[in-house]
Write a protein that binds this ligand. Structure first.
Ligand SMILES: *Cc1c(COP(=O)(O)O)cnc(C)c1O
Ligand SMILES: [Zn+2]
Length: 475
């Protein structure tokens, strides 16, 4: 726990507070401290609000008026222009680097690949954020809170993007020092290069992400360092705004489906909370269905929700199958294994919150192979913006749900593309390569057998005639 070093009166503890998600506990704590789990019962916490005493717009359209105030950095931010829906901080204390300027793109080429009617598939490009992933939506909220508490050090464990985001916010704002924990080997160079370049203290643990996550929680506790992993409920407040921007881009119409990759399950949990609150506030009249997509090599949520029937159940989660499955993984030495490194996580810390989101949004979980992920990624890339492998799980998952008939061709579907294409060029180059050895080494060894949508370079002798002939043949 980290106590505020600042004057408590600057923090509106009565209007915003932290509340345990366990309905049998319901303990609440003020915002002048960070808890990453309930001190009473160990469950996760939410940031909760006394909406009746806060000024909330009567209609989502009122947020459009903010567009004309874009010279104010708080209004420019795609997160903070929705400040009234995450009001845990006074406007004067908001930290922003201009995050959340992201696009909702309608694409029929990818729509056809998924099996949708024309006009029905949308891609939310969160890779357009300052550090290249959706993590910035949450990081600006976490750093804002850390700064409210007067924190001088912030830490996270990361498969890459959380650390890139934390490192960026710390270096750009100079408010605190970033300390990042990474596992050995698996982090992509695009992401690691950001953390190093932005000057974060980088601690490489001899273990995987799940190991790094356990250690960073211990170290943060021991040294009183502010923890920004998605067990931090303030971070998830920022991530709610991805859904606000999706609604905004659809002119405040609610889509039928939100499809999102699932790793530590912070994003899906935040989306569920966004819709719970919009519904409670009467700002929407129905909620979209949620589809969370695991990689087949890191499919704990799929296993628990779809195979073992684990449900939120009004907050009374049956913990036995969860414990049994975790024990089974331990006993058999099962480690997460997928090319989609951002979702290579077998012990998702937000599991219970995510189950709540699945219940509220009548959600489903699916798993997709690395082959399906890379094919979907190639289709997204050929559409012009591109994404990293984990992001394409959403498109691959939508395709499966369409094939199963769970998603109808006429449904309006939004797939969230969580990270930028340049985060992980290794997989992209190996997919499109003409070098069979490179393909085998990078992808073949991970169970990917073909590259159906590869755009291969053409090899030509260094002769003008040959070059001209080759171009005329292909273009
Ligand atoms: C962090 C991350 C995810 C997983 O999000 P969770 O909130 O942990 O489920 C997916 N894709 C990318 C690119 C990420 O950086
Ligand atoms: Zn509790």
């Amino acid at each position: 726990m980290i106590q505020s070093a600042k004057d408590q009166s600057s923090i509106k503890t009565d209007l915003a507070f932290q509340r345990c998600i366990n309905p049998d506990c319901g303990a609440s704590y003020d915002t002048g401290q960070l808890h990453t789990s309930c001190p009473k019962c160990g469950y996760l916490l939410d940031v909760a609000y006394d909406w009746d005493r806060l000024e909330v717009p009567k209609n989502l359209r009122e947020f459009e008026a903010r567009w004309s105030e874009r010279t104010n950095p708080v209004r420019f931010s795609g997160v903070w222009r929705f400040h009234e829906l995450l009001p845990f901080v006074p406007q004067s204390e908001i930290v922003t680097v201009g995050e959340g300027q992201t696009l909702l793109q309608q694409t029929d080429a990818v729509g056809k690949f998924v099996g949708m009617d024309a006009g029905q598939l949308h891609l939310q490009y969160e890779g357009m954020n300052p550090s290249g992933s959706f993590k910035d939506n949450g990081m600006c909220a976490a750093i804002t809170h850390a700064n409210m508490l007067g924190a001088k050090r912030a830490a996270c464990a990361s498969t890459g993007n959380t650390s890139a985001s934390l490192a960026l916010y710390c270096s750009a704002t100079r408010l605190m020092k970033a300390i990042i924990f990474i596992g050995s080997g698996k982090i992509s160079y695009g992401k690691l290069s950001q953390a190093l370049d932005y000057g974060a203290l980088t601690v490489q643990i001899a273990g995987d992400f799940d190991d790094a996550m356990i250690r960073v929680r211990q170290v943060a506790q021991e040294l009183g360092i502010y923890l920004v992993n998605s067990v931090n409920p303030f971070r998830l407040e920022g991530q709610k705004t991805i859904m606000f921007r999706v609604l905004e881009a659809l002119r405040w119409e609610v889509p039928d489906w939100i499809v999102v990759p699932g790793g530590n399950l912070g994003n899906s949990s935040a989306f569920g909370k966004a819709f719970m609150e919009l519904k409670e506030l009467g700002l929407i009249d129905r909620v979209p269905r949620l589809a969370i997509i695991n990689a087949a090599g890191a499919d704990t949520l799929y296993e628990l929700h779809e195979r073992r029937g684990v449900r939120w159940n009004g907050g009374h989660v049956n913990l036995d199958p969860i414990r049994e499955y975790m024990d089974y993984m331990d006993q058999n030495g099962i480690k997460a294994d997928t090319l989609a490194s951002a979702i290579e996580i077998n012990r998702p810390v937000n599991l219970k919150k995510c189950l709540r989101a699945l219940e509220f949004c009548d959600g489903v979980v699916r798993q997709v192979s690395d082959q399906e992920i890379l094919d979907a990624k190639a289709m997204v890339g050929s559409g012009g913006f591109g994404c990293e492998p984990a992001s394409a799980a959403s498109v691959a998952g939508a395709k499966i749900l369409r094939r199963e008939g769970v998603i109808a061709p006429s449904d309006r579907v939004v797939c969230v593309l969580t990270g930028h294409e340049l985060k992980d060029p290794t997989a992209t180059v190996a997919y499109h390569t003409t070098d069979q050895d490179l393909f085998n080494e990078t992808l073949g060894s991970r169970g990917v057998s073909k590259a159906s949508f590869a755009n291969k370079a053409i090899a030509v002798p260094n002769e003008l005639d040959d070059i001209i002939k080759a171009i005329q043949l292909y273009a």
